[in-house]
Write a protein that binds this ligand. Structure first.
Ligand code: 5AD
Ligand code: SF4
Length: 441
């Protein structure tokens, strides 16, 4: 056991958030205790993201802040993990003399041993090897999630799609699925601890089972998890439109615990751009999936990711994206300016779009989507929704949670409700980013 304190700073997506939860669990098993500011920590981990240049810049400014901390307390252990760590490997140790270790995305399980070794020998270490059987895939976070009733569960790691803009296949390695029994055991253990909602995580969850001779598909996995006693809600993210088949649509339609929400990144509305992105589908194919989902599951919420300003995107290509958004009317989207990533196919394509055009296209997309999202929230006024309460807002005392379609509902504060309860609420106001509800007794 090591006495002491730790602090983890997290950048990036849900996979990274969950990796941080796993690292917390590992450090706490060693005997370390979390603190809320880096100044008071003896072990600091910066868990990094490199999906876009802006994310990477944020990471470097966070790293810069470690320098004075380490100068003040040379016994402090400073570690960089995540996607920037994986990308830069031992080069980071050369760049930043105040760093003790670089921990790659396949090596999270080695964190406790790494800390002990640094404390003992003062060595500077880089662990960034990719392996066929990713050990960190087996590490569990024991429900150290964002709420006492919701938890992430990793079902796969990596991605083998090589979309031409994306760095993830390089930072997370090839697609690998986690053994089914392990997932089932983790979900069962979580529900016994009071977890009511799980979100299954992977870069491409509907390819689950493809990477091994596993004889189980993602839809089957959902069927098995649906039978776990005490589990009310199953969510999953992210899905790839190309691998989104009939059996998965049936699983969402037929299994009560599987929530009516799909995150299905479209990326662009122009077939020419989709091809250059190597997405493997056309807009028509995508529209067909949306139509099927909506006809089988009328309440389904569909959210998406959009990239503007991919190399070669003309005004006309952009217009096709804009019109696709008008036609589909997603419940919500995440939208980004294309950012060239080192080593990816698209970064060396001709026709890189000027920054001003990217900025104005992004603003157009976001203004349109804000109107659509708010319209959905307004339409919900007067309807009844099932809300799983995740906690109480500290400032206002309002219980809050999400609908099955993943929309945030803040309940009126006077109501006596605690985390973990599932309540029926009448939506009394639809706002831009959330809704206000009243519990129906
Ligand atoms: N530039 C901009 N956005 C990107 N994304 C992935 N790579 C890039 C990039 N190079 C977006 C995609 C993906 C989401 C997680 O991030 O929309 O779905
Ligand atoms: Fe960022 Fe992608 Fe890594 Fe997630 S997997 S942290 S989005 S680069």
């Amino acid at each position: 056991m090591v006495e002491g304190t730790y602090y983890i700073e997290t950048y990036g997506c849900q996979m990274n958030e969950h990796d941080s939860e796993k690292m917390s669990a590992l450090l706490e098993r060693m005997g370390l205790t979390a603190v809320s500011s880096p100044e008071r920590a003896e072990v600091i981990v910066i868990n990094t993201c490199s999906i876009r240049e802006k994310a990477e810049h944020k990471v470097y400014s966070a790293l810069g802040k470690l320098k004075p901390l380490k100068a003040k307390n040379p016994r402090m252990v400073t570690i960089v993990s995540g996607c920037v760590a994986q990308q830069e490997k031992e080069g980071l140790l050369k760049k930043a003399g105040y760093l003790d270790a670089v921990l790659g995305t396949h090596c999270i399980d080695e964190l406790p041993e790494l800390v002990e070794q640094i404390k003992k020998t003062g060595e500077r270490i880089a662990r960034t090897a990719f392996s066929k059987d990713v050990k960190s895939l087996h590490v569990t976070a024991h429900g150290r999630g964002r709420s006492p009733v919701c938890s992430y569960v990793t079902i796969m790691q990596g991605c083998s799609n090589f979309c031409s803009y994306c760095v993830v296949p390089f930072t997370r390695g090839p697609e690998q699925s986690r053994p089914f029994q392990e997932i089932l055991d983790e979900v069962s253990a979580l529900t016994q601890k009071g977890i009511r909602e799980i979100t299954l995580l992977g870069q491409n969850v509907n390819a689950y089972g493809n990477s091994h001779d596993m004889h189980i598909s993602f839809a089957h996995l959902l069927e098995k998890l649906h039978k776990v006693q005490g589990l009310n809600r199953i969510r999953f993210t992210t899905s790839h439109p190309r691998d989104f088949h009939e059996d998965l649509i049936s699983a969402i339609a037929d299994l009560d615990s599987v929530c009516e929400h799909v995150h299905l990144p479209l990326q662009a509305g122009s077939d020419r751009i989709l091809k250059a992105m190597r997405r493997g589908y056309t807009l028509d194919y995508y529209l067909g999936k949306v139509a099927k989902l909506r006809s089988r599951i009328p309440k389904i919420a569909i959210t998406s990711d959009i990239i503007v300003g991919f190399p070669g995107e003309t005004e006309d290509d952009f217009l096709q994206t804009f019109e696709a958004l008008q036609q589909i009317r997603f419940d919500q989207i995440f939208s980004f300016k294309y950012s060239p990533r080192p080593g990816t196919g698209a970064s060396s394509l001709p026709g890189q779009v000027p920054e001003e055009a990217k900025t104005s296209r992004l603003a157009e997309v976001q203004t349109l989507q804000d109107q659509i999202t708010q319209h959905y929230h307004k339409l919900a006024e007067g309807t009844e929704e099932e809300v799983l309460i995740e906690g109480i807002r500290i400032k206002t005392g309002q219980p809050f949670g999400r609908t099955r379609t993943n929309k945030i509902v803040n309940l009126e504060s006077s109501q006596d409700i605690s985390a973990g309860e599932t309540v029926k609420a009448k939506i009394i106001r639809g706002l831009k980013h959330s809704m206000i509800g009243r519990k129906i007794s």
